[in-house]
Design a protein around this ligand. Structure first.
Ligand code: SAM
Length: 339
């Protein structure tokens, strides 16, 4: 897909111009690359005529915020204004819709099912979501319509991901984040991914880059599905993925160091020292942080770098909302030097 490459200080101005000309592609996300920004466009020729550098790159689709708006629009004919306020975002994972229905909308379950089926005729299962529980971080789900199953194949970033939502963790909202990481990786890197789940990060990165990935996961069902996923995507993967079943806190100390470590850390687990220790060049560390505590999170990372004799630069990026004022963040930590 075409995109124009502009210096970051010109990005807003160029974006406005592209929008006025009707060739800005709002379905895709712009991407920051050092001093430049890649802006998605729908018409390479017109963009070229503006004297802009046009590239052919795969930019990720915007997160599905729009589908929530559509749900609201469809339900307008059945729900009151007051009820509409309680509608929440929902996810489409393969052919399963996962919806959150707050107590205030208990009496509207049939309407919500009707609206989702109208918006997504290909959906075969609608499940109502509860919380992630246990050390495997599996979400509590109850099928409220359709076939009695929670297994499906989800497609994102050019890979197919088999999941069984009754047995493993999977978050489709991390699609853009997986794409971002894949773009940071260079061919030839050795990468470690503890807490790897059914391998969504590993598959997307290996799809784009010729790398060697070691993935560590404790949940035997995630391991089984992860191995199936490698097979399922065999023809599309440029990189190799090796899977190790076990507790990251026991397995990692037995492994060598890696160019890059990616830690999709489970909530309430502190794996910072463990994962930083394995990172020769980069660590991408995910954590849930209150917005008032981002400074303290940075300090904690810098203290750990110092303790390990590493000189680090870091950038903390908000990745998604978790609950009011609490975000899932990713710390991109670059190890500049080791004393
Ligand atoms: C937040 S989920 C992330 C999964 C996957 N990376 C993804 O994004 O879909 C955390 C994963 O870590 C796994 N896990 C929890 N404790 C673990 C441990 N001590 N060692 C290895 N894996 C663990 C869980 O089973 C779960 O699959």
């Amino acid at each position: 897909m075409p995109a124009v490459k502009v210096r970051k200080e010109r990005a807003e101005e160029v974006k406005r111009k592209l929008k006025v000309l009707g060739i800005y592609d709002g379905k895709r996300r712009p991407l920051r690359e050092g001093l430049y920004v890649l802006l998605p466009v729908t018409d390479a020729e017109k963009a070229g005529k503006l004297g802009l550098e046009v590239l052919d790159v795969e930019l990720p689709l915007r997160p599905e915020r729009q589908i929530y708006k559509n749900l609201e629009t469809v339900l307008r004919e059945r729900l009151t204004e007051e009820e509409l306020k309680y509608l929440r975002r929902y996810d489409i994972i393969g052919d399963i819709a996962v919806v959150q229905i707050p107590r205030e909308l208990e009496h509207c379950v049939d309407d919500i099912v009707w609206a989702i089926r109208k918006l997504h005729p290909f959906v075969r299962v609608i499940a109502r979501r509860g919380f992630h529980t246990g050390e495997f971080r599996v979400r509590e789900l109850e099928v409220i319509w359709g076939e009695p199953r929670l297994e499906t194949i989800h497609r994102e970033n050019g890979v197919a991901i088999k999941v069984d939502l009754s047995k493993v963790f999977f978050n489709p909202r991390m699609k853009g984040e997986r794409y971002r990481l894949a773009q940071l990786v260079r061919d030839g890197e050795r990468i470690l991914i503890p807490f790897a789940g059914v391998l969504p990060y590993a598959l997307v990165i290996a799809r784009y880059r010729r790398v060697h990935i070691t993935a560590v996961e404790l949940n035997p069902d995630a391991i089984r599905l992860g191995i199936e996923n490698i097979e399922l995507n065999k023809k599309r993967l440029r990189g190799e993925i090796e899977v190790i079943e076990g507790d990251a806190f026991e397995v990692l100390p037995t492994l060598p160091n890696y160019d890059r470590v990616i830690s999709p850390t489970p909530r309430s687990v502190d794996a910072l020292a463990l994962t930083l220790d394995k990172a020769e060049r980069w660590l991408h560390y995910y954590e849930f942080v209150h917005e008032d505590e981002i400074g303290a999170f940075r300090e904690r990372i810098l203290r750990e770098c110092k303790r390990q004799g590493k000189e680090c630069a870091l950038r903390v990026k908000k990745v998604s909302d978790f609950k009011p004022h609490v975000f899932k963040v990713c710390a991109d930590i670059e190890v500049k030097r080791k004393h």
